[in-house]
Design a protein around this ligand. Sequence first.
Ligand SMILES: [Zn+2]
Length: 112
Amino acid sequence: MARCDEGYLCKVCGDEVSRLIDSSLYLQYVIGWIPPEQLHLHPDIHLKCNPNLSQFIDAPEFFDQVFAEGSFDRRTLDSEFVAQRVQLITRGYMRLRELQRDRSLPIEYYPL
Ligand SMILES: [Zn+2]
């Protein structure tokens, strides 16, 4: 998912993270969890390979939802905490979809 054509490899499954809308790294960037200067320091993970994060995406467009296991399963967490996470992370995901459609925006304008 780099600006060059060479994508990052998923830390979990080893396949290339070829699309913005599959990228945990960029999702965390658009919601402000990863500052831009640290983008290249973090490994990327497909959203579908990262249930701790992607279980909070509540969008019909996201087909890959899997719940995290054990004590991180969103269904076992505090409902107010879950509601906040869902709101933020779903917005981040919808933002990635927008960015995926319009690739002309410079990366510093990606965040919400
Ligand atoms: Zn993966």
